[in-house]
Design a protein around this ligand. Structure first.
Ligand code: UD1
Ligand code: CA
Length: 462
């Protein structure tokens, strides 16, 4: 699998000024994965012997992310000399001395490029025994990009940056995508000779193309099949465009895998999510993180699941859940808020306007209406009355409520934790349960109702 003659350099040292963000550009996520994570994953799919990531701006955060996303990647620090040429020069110096072969260069802010495109670029490069091969794209609006300059026969000459280009060169619509394959030897031979004498005062990697050609080497520019594959993210508009394009591919992939998605435009699925066949997703639904959904479950509309496990045949409507587990056949919502540590058993119910947190609600148990259940364990086949609140916080510490199996609590109860309600117990409407309720008992805490006959006529009569 590993190609011992292949190295990939991921350039990620740039500032990302146009994002106007305190966060490094390459750490902004799409589909739940930082931009650089997509690039590192694509790099890994090529099976290179070496992956190097060049960093400088927001160094610590970027290095931490790389360590998590691609522990095998080597981090290279760029120095104060600016430019893509310097980035790659330092990366090549970090390669083992005896490395001979090809160096693929990609940008940490071009997240949609796939490994098949890169593999065919490597193949074209090797086929032509080229010194440098650039992936180009023909764009309607080429402004901002380096232009691919060809001769009358269509041969690739060099790349000129927008800021250094003449009027005639600016009219060229074939652009340099910023993705390349170089022979390691060509980089070693020519990068030291690249200067910063240009409009931006940077060492341009693109100058290597011209230098290879002047030295008699072959250079190739291969147009990419679809320009969006090489779309870079420089600002938040492009971030949203890339996110939307990737999401459309993810949704389509799940549809082809047997998931019914009613409205792809309002369904957002992270790359990290897993779905079974015959899952159904209704509009305005976002599935994030390590969320997984089993067969026949129906999710949505208006549902947001983060790191949540949904069992077979469960139904969640208008639900917001994080780090929750919903059992097979259970129903949740509409309008439910499942906070971390919620575990709803099979065939259970968390109903309308219910908030749960750190709550294990057993098989077949129900919290149907208007409740807050926190730091609580409920056994099996119990029913918590409408409007029940667990008073789990005494102002200093959180306490647990324990409800047994086959319990029926009345409407509008308060469980003042710590408190235990035994198996099969009942409570009356409006009970404030401050003391443990033994199994099989009925708890009542409200004063008996008194009716004063004729009160209205006596007190409010004309
Ligand atoms: C670069 C190309 C340009 C191409 C464009 C495609 C050069 C000189 N120009 O221009 O021909 O059309 O990409 O998007 O290469 N980076 C570093 N160290 C640096 C500077 C940049 O690692 O000192 C990284 C950035 O983080 C980014 C990538 O290199 O990932 C590209 O840098 P950027 O400044 O965006 O290059 P462009 O000016 O857009
Ligand atoms: Ca760029």
């Amino acid at each position: 699998m590993t190609d011992s003659r292949l190295a990939v350099v991921v350039m990620a040292a740039g500032q990302g000024t146009r994002m106007r963000s305190r966060r490094a550009k390459v750490l902004h996520p799409i589909a739940g994965v930082p931009l650089i994570g997509h690039v590192l994953a694509t790099a890994a799919q090529l099976g290179p012997a070496h992956v190097l990531a060049v960093v400088r701006h927001e160094r610590e955060a970027v290095v931490a992310a790389i360590a998590e996303l691609a522990p095998d990647a080597r981090v290279v620090e760029q120095d104060e000399v600016p430019g893509t040429g310097r980035a790659v020069e330092l990366a090549v110096q970090a390669l083992p001395e005896g490395f001979e072969g090809e160096v693929v260069v990609v940008s940490g802010d071009v997240p949609l490029l796939d490994s098949a495109t890169l593999a065919s670029l490597v193949a074209a490069h090797r086929e032509a025994s080229a010194g440098a091969t650039a992936l180009s794209a023909v764009l309607e609006d080429a402004s901002g990009y380096g232009r691919v300059i060809r001769d009358a026969e269509g041969g690739f000459h060099r790349i000129v940056e927008q800021k250094d280009a003449s009027e005639a060169e600016l009219a060229v619509t074939e652009i340099n995508s910023g993705t390349y394959v170089f022979s390691a030897a060509a980089l070693r031979a020519h990068l030291p000779a690249v200067t910063t004498e240009n409009a931006q005062g940077e060492k341009y990697l693109t100058d290597v193309v011209g230098l290879v050609r002047e030295a008699g080497g072959a250079v190739v520019a291969v147009p990419v099949a679809q320009p969006w594959l090489v779309a870079g993210v420089n600002d938040r508009v492009q971030l949203a465009e890339a996110a939307s394009r990737l999401n459309a591919m993810i949704v389509r992939g799940w549809q082809l895998a047997g998931v019914t998605v009613h409205d792809p435009a309002t369904t957002w699925i992270d790359l990290t999510v897993s779905l079974a066949e015959d899952v159904e997703i209704l509009p305005n639904t976002r599935l994030s993180g390590a969320t997984s959904v089993e067969r026949d479950a129906v999710i949505g509309p208006d549902t947001n699941l983060v790191d949540t496990e949904v069992g077979e045949g469960a139904r969640l409507s208008r639900t917001d859940a994080t780090l929750a587990v919903v059992g097979a056949g259970a129903t949740v919502g509409p309008f439910a808020y499942l906070r971390p540590g919620t575990e709803l058993g099979a065939d259970g119910k968390i109903g309308t306007f219910v908030e749960t947190k750190n709550a294990r609600i057993g098989r077949g148990s129900k919290v149907p209406h208007l409740s807050y259940i926190g730091d609580t364990t409920v056994g099996e086949a119990s029913n918590i009355g409408a409007g029940t609140i667990t008073a789990n916080y005494d102002g200093v510490a959180k306490h647990r409520t324990s409800v047994g199996s086959r319990v029926r609590t009345g409407s509008h109860n308060v469980f003042v934790a710590p408190v235990t309600i035994g198996d099969g117990a009942y409570s009356g409407a409006g009970t404030v349960v401050r003391k443990d309720v033994p199994a099989g008992a009925l708890a009542i805490s409200v004063a008996p109702q008194r009716n004063q006959e004729g009160w209205v006529e006596r007190n409010r009569g004309a």
